[in-house]
Ligand binder design. Structure first.
Ligand SMILES: [Zn+2]
Length: 277
């Protein structure tokens, strides 16, 4: 997961702009009356998120006089479309560097995902802190179900930081062709909950299979270069080259599949001595 800055927009300002864009006088009135509820829900969300306890937020059927279905229509039909609000939608979507999905760190952002499902938390439907840039696959992988306990929460890019230590590792399968298997090994110094959440995130988004397939393609891409290096030198030069790749990827993203892959390749005598062939 890649950390993002919390969007600097309040739910109340999003709601006020949505209300300006809505023609239905009755809905306008009911949304205006729901403003306090939505602001209160946002404050509670921020408090719970800081503590990693969003699973404790109680589900609701509606927002005062506004139904969950109406909130969904406000999100889809107004917030994501109206000239008055679209720039906020786009601002959130553009938060990740190079449009890379923060959940998988691999695919391109295509949408916004509600961290707490809009069907269960209508008061958080247009709350920026609950809206995460996401690729289409990650958006689909996360079901609308409410996490029931702390360790069943996927990582939250605005509030969690898991790049303070290495936790993603690869195991090299020394066979022909070589392949990598990805495993989560969080540091012992992390709390049990943090360790369990990073593993849960890895499983929910299917990152093991995603990273195995991209690393298998990468092994094919680097083969020719490694053959050239080994023709002119020895396994030592191959390892030095791989070490530089490892350090470069680690500097950019300590828990990317590339960092884990090159760490595993550097550590393998078999690979450096010709396993890449
Ligand atoms: Zn993704």
């Amino acid at each position: 997961m890649r950390k993002l800055d919390l969007p600097n927009k309040a739910a109340s300002s999003v709601l006020a702009l949505c209300i300006q864009s809505i023609r239905d006088a009755g809905l306008k009135e009911r949304l205006t009356a729901a403003m306090d509820h939505i602001e209160f829900a946002e404050a509670s969300y921020l408090e719970h998120a800081e503590l990693g306890k969003l699973f404790q937020i109680v589900q609701e059927a509606d927002v005062d006089g506004v139904t969950a279905e109406e909130m969904k229509r406000v999100y889809k039909g107004t917030f994501a479309r109206s000239k008055k609000t679209r720039h906020i939608y786009d601002l959130i979507k553009k938060l990740p560097a190079n449009d890379i999905c923060p959940m998988c760190g691999q695919r391109t952002v295509g949408t916004l995902d509600h961290y707490l499902a809009q069907s269960l938390h209508p008061a958080l439907t247009i709350t920026p802190a609950n809206l995460l840039p996401s690729c289409a696959d990650c958006n689909k992988s996360k079901l609308d179900a409410q996490p029931l306990q702390e360790n069943e929460q996927t990582l939250h890019p605005y509030f969690d930081n898991v790049d303070d230590s290495a936790w993603l590792f690869a195991e090299l399968l020394e066979e022909s062709p070589a392949a990598l298997r990805y495993v989560v090994k969080p540091p012992a110094g992390w709390s049990a909950t943090k360790q369990e959440r990073v593993l849960h995130h890895f499983v929910v988004f299917g990152l093991g299979a995603l990273y195995a397939s991209h690393s298998a393609a990468e092994l094919v891409n680097i083969r020719y270069g490694l053959q050239r290096i080994s023709k002119l030198g020895t396994a030592k030069e191959v390892r030095e080259h791989l070490q530089l790749q490892f350090e470069s990827h680690q500097d950019a993203h300590p828990n990317s599949w590339q960092t884990a892959m090159y760490r595993a390749l550097v550590a393998s005598d078999w690979f450096c001595e010709g396993g890449f062939n």
